[in-house]
Write a protein that binds this ligand. Structure first.
Ligand SMILES: [Zn+2]
Length: 211
């Protein structure tokens, strides 16, 4: 799963910057955690015959978590951002690219089915239109997960539809190249997207990200 995610991201975004990627299992309470060149996966999800308390098979969780943490090698690591003040730049982007992993590997229908998990997250706050671009501290309790992990990918899919997939993917490649080993901000992200669409995205960003 990790190798497939690497190959898919390399084809669509940029080469993986290291000669190896380590996958470590621990009894962490999180499902997974990202580090540069290393991802952690929780031991319990390797019991693939078991299910979560919510009834989701750990075989599914193992794949989505592995793909998610590998995608972080691009968004958070290669392209850095302030993870506390603008967490959407790594978490919403990573969620969106995990959806693209499913679509690229298994076809658009499977990608769309995986995308449904974001809807489930956003439902946790009844699809309230809380901006995805707030600092971690501005979200109350369940809002952080529901908005940054749930609503965030919806914004990126909306942006993809606004630009068209081809232009959007060209923008993403350019974004990774431009901010490789650097720090990106929401303003940088919007400005570069606007140069690709040759359009004004203020209204779209206001509706989803900032207001
Ligand atoms: Zn993450």
């Amino acid at each position: 799963m990790a190798a497939a995610t690497l190959a898919i991201n390399e084809a669509r975004l940029s080469p993986f910057p290291y000669t190896e990627l380590d996958i470590v299992t621990t009894p962490t309470t999180a499902l997974g955690i990202e580090y540069p060149g290393l991802i952690v996966g929780t031991l319990r999800m390797y019991d693939i015959a078991a299910t979560t308390q919510g009834g989701v098979p750990y075989s599914d969780i193992l794949e989505s978590t592995t793909a998610h943490e590998v995608v972080h090698q691009w968004f958070y690591n290669l392209v850095g951002n302030d993870q506390l003040d603008q967490p959407w730049l790594d978490e919403s982007m990573t969620g969106y690219h995990t959806y693209r992993y499913y679509a690229d590997r298994y076809g658009q229908a499977v990608g769309d089915a995986y995308f449904g998990t974001f809807a489930g997250r956003w439902e946790m706050v009844d699809r309230e239109e809380i901006p995805i671009g707030l600092p971690v501290r501005a979200y109350q309790d369940a809002e952080y997960s529901a908005i940054v992990y749930g609503r965030g990918p919806f914004f990126l899919r909306e942006l993809e539809e606004t630009l068209g997939r081809e232009t959007f993917d060209a923008f993403l490649r350019d974004y990774v190249a431009a901010y490789r080993w650097g720090i990106s901000t929401t303003a940088d992200f919007q400005a570069l997207a606007e140069t690709h669409c040759v359009c004004d995205l203020d209204e779209l960003f206001a509706a989803w990200v900032t207001e």
